[in-house]
Write a protein that binds this ligand. Structure first.
Ligand SMILES: [Zn+2]
Length: 51
C-alpha cells in the first residue's frame, strides 16, 4: 500500500470515497477511520448491533 499525503478510501458504510482530512492528520488516525462522516459511523454501529 502506497502512502501519500492525500489518501482517499471508500466509506465502509455508504461506499463513497472520501479523502483524508486535517483532523485525521495522524497516520494512525487515518488508518482507523473507516467512515466518511459521523452519520455513517453511527449508522453502521446501529446496523451492526441489529444484525
Ligand atoms: Zn459514508
Amino acid at each position: 500500500m502506497v502512502r501519500t499525503p492525500r489518501e482517499s478510501k471508500p466509506c465502509a458504510h455508504c461506499g463513497r470515497p472520501f479523502e483524508n482530512r486535517k483532523r485525521w492528520d495522524g497516520r494512525e488516525q487515518w488508518d482507523a477511520v473507516r467512515y466518511c462522516s459521523r452519520a455513517c459511523r453511527s449508522a453502521a454501529a446501529r446496523e451492526r448491533r441489529r444484525a
